[in-house]
Design a protein around this ligand. Structure first.
Ligand code: ATP
Length: 316
């Protein structure tokens, strides 16, 4: 695992921010961290980076125990939620300084800074001062600095927050292009965005992980097929007969047939879709869309909320 937290607790005075958090981030994954405001995502990042110490539980970063500057220097980096960069430094000076802190050798720093500026589309700003950047440019600089020196584990707290659609898209492409080269943990409230980038996800609530795993598993991509029908016939009985052994339900308000099945060799989502479409088309049903599982957003919204009193009262 790139990051493993077990039973981690953290309070700020009376506020219990983390309450027995268990989190496993597989090496090489692009891992999404989801949760409502105050769920504990930023606190989790801060503990992983060593900005904060856990009150209880164990933290293992890159198999070398809790964050330790000597052991983890250059191996881990982060984009904090409110990254503060030196306002009077130029972008080049800023990245050179941070690159040196990350352990980039002096003779490699120029090339490394140029690589990063190019990656986040700020090459033409190398000589300008940080304070003259727009919010979105600052965000891109913050993301870029997190990749200085090729760290093994990168933690990005809401990286695309405040970016225009084109920039958000290119940052997503950039993150996806890193797949397999390092582990990236991304927190975001933009669930469709996380779904396109991430292969694993953990949903947090009340300072705990309430669901986690590969996205396909969490969203039921290998267990459910959804078929949306336009106005017209709804041949439910024929579909049920054609899919004996599976569960076929009709949600009238969403005009959606939901097929739940057990995936096995020879019986994958594609086979279920084929078997379901035949009786529907024969009966003249008009098909608007077919999808596997539900979106991450629907999965998230359908989850029962923790009672509000659970997370909030600390133990001290
Ligand atoms: P968001 O999505 O709003 O960024 P989050 O999931 O990152 O939220 P945290 O910032 O980790 O959540 O906050 C978890 C809890 O800890 C919240 O109840 C918050 O009010 C509290 N908290 C966070 N930082 C502090 C602090 N410095 N002092 C006191 N309480 C804090």
């Amino acid at each position: 695992m790139a990051l493993s937290l077990r039973g981690v607790g953290k309070s700020y005075g009376k506020i219990q921010a983390l309450d027995g958090l268990d989190l496993d981030v597989p090496r090489g994954s692009i891992f999404g961290l989801v949760g409502r405001n105050g769920a504990g995502k930023t606190t989790t990042f801060a503990i992983a980076c060593g900005f904060l110490r856990a009150d209880r539980g164990s933290v293992n970063v890159l198999g070398a125990g809790p964050f330790d500057a000597a052991r983890h220097r250059g191996r881990l980096s982060a984009l904090p939620q409110d990254a503060a960069l030196g306002r009077d430094l130029t972008l080049y000076e800023q990245l050179s300084y941070l690159g040196r802190l990350q352990g980039v050798p002096r003779h490699e720093i120029r090339g490394e800074v140029e690589r990063i500026l190019h990656l986040v589309d700020l090459s033409d700003r190398a000589g300008t001062r940080t304070r003259t950047l727009s919010h979105g440019m600052l965000r891109r600089l913050g993301i870029g600095q997190a990749f200085l020196g090729q760290p093994e584990l990168v933690l990005l707290d809401e990286p695309t927050n405040g970016l225009d659609p084109n920039q958000a898209h290119s940052i997503r492409d950039f993150i996806v292009a890193q797949r397999g080269t390092r582990t990236i943990v991304v927190s975001s409230h933009n669930l469709p965005e996380l779904e396109t980038m991430c292969d694993h996800v953990a949903i947090m609530d009340g300072g705990r992980v309430v669901r986690s795993g590969p996205i396909s598993q969490v969203t039921g991509r290998n267990e459910e097929v959804h078929i949306v029908l336009a106005d017209g016939p709804v041949p439910l009985a024929q579909t049920q007969a054609a899919l004996a052994g599976d569960t076929v339900e009709w949600d009238a308000s969403a005009r959606t047939l939901r097929v739940s099945f057990s995936s096995r060799p020879g019986r994958q989502a594609e086979d279920v879709i084929g078997a379901a479409l035949r009786p529907l088309l024969e009966a003249g049903a008009r098909i608007s869309s077919v999808s596997r599982g539900q979106s991450l957003e629907r999965t998230y919204l359908a989850m029962p909320a923790l009672p509000p009193e659970l997370p909030k009262q600390g133990r001290n």
